[in-house]
Design a protein around this ligand. Structure first.
Ligand code: TRP
Length: 447
């Protein structure tokens, strides 16, 4: 069987498309806002460079050398066939779990694309009412748009790596960059721009709690799509001689660039119209639409293209969250792509409905366990535990288990004298940092 591979640019766009997602445009600004801005952003940037970039290279390497789904790639690269290392590949399950809320949020975004042209809320109070009503009462609307999201994502996955995923990214990624870049340029012309720069880049160390630092590490993994085999699965379809280091660098740069541009742009708009940056998850769904309303017809246009860009970012990430498990069933159980895509899509669709209901007044209580509802549990378990754990497994696997000579053969030419820094960082520094983060997340360690 001939396997369709990415073209080089297709891979870069698909991997960037995976990384640039709701995490960049929806989550990053609100967690930066909630954690006081500057100091948090600095910790995030350092983590992305010192940990994220290294793990990205490692994850790409596993996929590139393994050439198969996550489980099979770990298995072929492990020293013995029966090795337990193959379980490292099961982190793909985290992707499906993330999808159970990711698809729901993409649904909200579709709804806001429609609202942009039909009925932008005219004040923050009204915007808050619109969002809360959708979230807590309007089950039908949420299921409708979640269904749309499921159908689109599954349709792309059905068409495979080349005809589906690569095409989607080649079309949507440039559009996304143009929209966010254009809106950023507009933001630079507004008075509040300098205030936004100060908020994002001047650190106020008093605001930097240990929780904020740990949040920054968790977010670095989430935003770079690390730790569950998304990048691994894409890298398995890389063309030969792929420049893994350069590809990783481009993906990291794109991801960070879009997050910073989106953040600066959003905060400029919010400050220009006197909104608060520390709003939490409702930031782009509540404060921002009210600001767009204030801007008049320009605002309607900006709102439309902003939510479209957010939808594009979400869709290109969503396919990468689902593809690892699709690939797994194709490679290991010889399922047809059709069967695998529909089954995985069906899984996140159905569980997604439970996730969605857990936010509603009607079913919320039923679906709340301890301190969190189902939606928040999934977010917490995946982003705070499974992704760092997956990253830890990958770092140790590449650092200690794959023969050093193979790792060197793939990377030495590109990394040069930096190879040893990367390699020993992966062996010691990164595992220690990740273990600290996970212990903190689990509440076992307080810093
Ligand atoms: N990186 C994406 C975002 O920022 C989400 C995502 C896509 C992801 N694929 C992933 C997160 C794999 C973790 C693992 O929204």
């Amino acid at each position: 069987m001939k396997i369709a591979r990415f073209s080089r640019i297709g891979f870069i766009l698909a991997a960037s498309g995976s990384a640039v997602g709701l995490g960049n445009i929806w989550k990053f600004p609100y967690i930066a806002g909630a954690n006081g801005g500057g100091a948090f952003v600095l910790v995030y940037l350092i983590t992305v460079l010192a940990i994220g970039f290294s793990v990205m290279i490692a994850e790409m390497l596993i996929g590139y050398l393994g050439r198969k789904d996550g489980v099979s790639s770990f298995e072929t690269l492990a020293p013995t066939q029966k090795s337990k290392w193959k379980y490292g590949g099961f982190m793909g399950v985290a992707g499906l779990l993330i999808m159970t809320f990711y698809s729901v949020v993409i649904g909200w975004i579709f709804y806001y694309v429609v609202l942009s042209v039909t009925a932008l809320p005219s004040s923050v109070a009204e915007a808050e009412a619109v969002f809360t009503t959708m979230l807590k009462e309007d089950i039908v609307t949420q299921i409708f748009y979640h269904t749309l999201s499921f159908l689109l994502i599954t349709a792309v996955l059905l068409r495979g790596i080349k005809g589906g995923i690569e095409k989607l990214n080649i079309v949507l990624m440039p559009l996304l960059v143009v929209i966010i870049g254009g809106m950023f340029l507009y933001a630079t012309t507004l008075n509040a721009f300098s205030q936004a720069v100060a908020f994002m880049f001047v650190p106020d160390w008093s605001k930097l709690t240990s929780t904020a630092m740990v949040t920054a590490v968790g977010h670095a993994f989430f935003t770079l799509s690390l730790g569950m085999g998304a990048i691994l699965t894409y890298a398995a379809s890389l063309p030969k001689s792929p420049n893994l280091v350069r590809s990783s660098l481009i993906v990291v740069a794109m991801d960070t660039g879009i997050a910073l541009l989106a953040g600066l742009m959003l905060f400029t708009f919010l400050f220009e119209y006197g909104s608060e940056p520390s709003q939490g998850p409702g930031l782009v769904f509540i404060s921002l639409p009210a600001v767009f309303y204030e801007m008049g017809s320009l605002g309607t246009f900006l709102s439309l293209i902003f939510f479209l860009a957010l939808a594009f970012a979400g869709l290109t990430s969503a396919v990468s969250l689902t593809e690892p498990m699709v690939q797994y069933f194709i490679d290991r159980f010889a399922w047809s792509r059709f069967k695998a895509a529909v089954t995985m899509g069906g899984f996140f669709y159905l569980v997604g409905i439970v996730t969605l209901l857990s936010n509603t007044t009607q079913f919320g209580e039923l679906l709340t366990f301890g301190s969190k509802n189902f939606f928040d549990w999934i977010d917490y378990i995946t982003a705070s535990i499974m992704l760092p754990l997956g990253g830890l497994v990958m770092a140790i696997f590449v650092g200690f288990t794959i023969e050093k000579s193979r790792v060197e053969a793939a990377l030495k030419a590109e990394l040069g004298f930096l190879f040893n820094i990367w390699y020993y960082g992966l062996r010691y520094l990164i595992p220690i940092a990740l273990v600290i983060v996970m212990l903190h997340q689990l509440g076992i360690l307080t810093l």
